[in-house]
Design a protein around this ligand. Structure first.
Ligand code: SF4
Length: 434
């Protein structure tokens, strides 16, 4: 997981570069980095931790440059590499399934990993940069990458000429923006809202674009198939204010909530999300059902996003820390609790137990996607198939184990309708449908 941003401008771009990167922070929190082209020299500044901590205003004030890229990520990025046409600094949002094969291939072709002491340091971004930088052009490098890689990716890259961006098969979003003489590319359009950019268009799956002072050029379109858009972007990953592949994330979530209310009507007193990611789904459920909406848990603003820790146990601990029940509104209530997904079920069990301990009369759970059956191999949250409770038991048993009065999952039909895209263009791997 990563959030990418790139900008070119006729004037100093550092503030837009920083804030564009910062507004992708929800996509990853372990590392952040900026890279700029300053006086013809490429400079990269990767750091551990959050963007705002590492790049305070006084530091940004000392940085210059009219082109730049930035990223937030789970591994150290951006990565700098000498390329056949000069230097290149790039960041990647993606996952490579055949990493070992690629490493062997790079070594066979005369590449080295001599600067990396720990195999863990040879990340997706390192592998991608080694492959892309070896080719005579960025376009050719991405073409080679697409031939070699199993997985998916989006890339932003800084060279002395400007900023390149490329998108793989579609699971990793990438969108273009513009404002008077400046051009930007971002994982998500929410990064444009407060930086003054207007959405131009999405980078298409297989497309490679180049941005310099002259504007945005589509330099190549690879024929990659099958194109699969990342369904979980709309359900969970993307920020609600983003528009992903032409669909408002908040709108899709309310559509899913409405579909859940139609499919599983329930006689209850209140609809509550599991915040933050259940909010817009719960809003749609409330609109459709006519039930009042209330947040029965407040999310403590200073906790981390719960899926970010690598281990499921740590994620559950983080989930326990971040949600504080609003006991005033729970006692004696029949509650519909709406969440984006259920993986192991432990987080949901914790929340349901707390509601019942605080006097909830009934708890009905509605889930904004079908039962998860498989780990995501493309770099999203679920790491192991065996983490998925739905692999081990049917829905009726999950309801019993979680001590629920009723349980309903959205169906693939609901997702198709809510997103407004045919199922054969949606990645459905984690529901065992691919
Ligand atoms: S497998 Fe699921 S989480 Fe992973 S890219 Fe596909 S839809 Fe997204």
């Amino acid at each position: 997981m990563a959030g990418l941003f790139g900008v070119v401008s006729k004037k100093r771009c550092v503030d837009d570069l920083f804030f564009g990167t910062f507004y992708n922070q929800h996509r990853a929190q372990s590392y952040c980095g900026l890279a700029v082209c300053e006086d013809g020299k490429l400079r990269d500044y990767p750091h551990k931790g959050l963007a705002r901590v590492n790049f305070p205003k006084e530091r940004l004030d000392r940085m210059n440059g009219v082109y730049g890229i930035g990223s937030v990520s789970v591994t150290r990025e951006p990565v700098a590499e000498l390329s056949s046409s000069g230097g290149m600094i790039l960041s990647v949002d993606g996952n490579i399934i055949n990493r070992e094969q690629l490493k062997d291939r790079i070594l066979r072709d005369g590449g080295t990993f001599s600067g990396y002491r720990d195999p863990e340091e040879v990340t997706e971004a390192v592998l991608v940069s080694k492959i892309v930088s070896k080719a005579p052009t960025f376009e050719k490098g991405v073409e080679n990458l697409a031939e070699l890689v199993q997985g998916d990716f989006s890339i932003v890259a800084l060279t002395n000429d400007g900023v390149y961006a490329a998108r793989g098969w579609g699971r990793k979003p990438l969108i273009l923006g513009r404002k008077d003489g400046s051009y930007a590319v971002s994982s998500e359009s929410t990064a444009f809202a407060n930086t003054g950019f207007d959405i131009d268009r999405d980078v298409e799956p297989g497309e490679i674009v180049f941005m310099d002072e002259g504007g945005i050029q589509s330099v190549k379109k690879l024929d990659l198939s099958p194109v699969k858009f990342g369904t979980f972007e709309w359900i969970y990953t993307a920020y609600p204010t983003s528009v992903v592949d032409g669909r408002s994330v908040a709108r899709v979530r309310t559509n899913i909530g409405k579909a859940l209310a139609k499919r599983y009507p329930v006689d209850a007193d209140v609809v509550s999300p599991v915040p933050n990611s259940g909010r817009w789904h719960a809003t749609g459920f409330a609109w459709e059902s006519g039930l009042p909406y209330a947040e029965l848990f407040s999310r403590f603003d200073y906790s981390d996003r719960s899926y970010t820790p690598a281990e499921q146990g740590d994620r559950e601990e983080e989930a326990r820390i971040k949600l504080i029940p609003n006991r005033e509104f729970i006692d004696g209530q029949r509650i519909v609790l709406v969440d984006d997904s259920i993986v192991r079920g432990n987080q949901m069990l914790q929340q349901v137990r707390r509601l019942k301990e605080l006097g909830a009369e009934e708890v009905h759970v509605r889930v904004a996607c079908p039962p998860l059956m498989k780990a995501c191999v493309y770099g999203k949250s679920t790491k192991r198939d065996e983490d998925c409770i739905a692999r081990r038991m049917p829905v009726e048993e999950i309801q019993e184990v979680l001590d629920l009065d009723s349980l309903g999952f959205a169906t693939v039909d609901d997702l198709e309708g809510a997103i407004g895209m045919d199922r054969d263009r949606l990645c459905l791997t984690c529901w065992g449908e691919d």
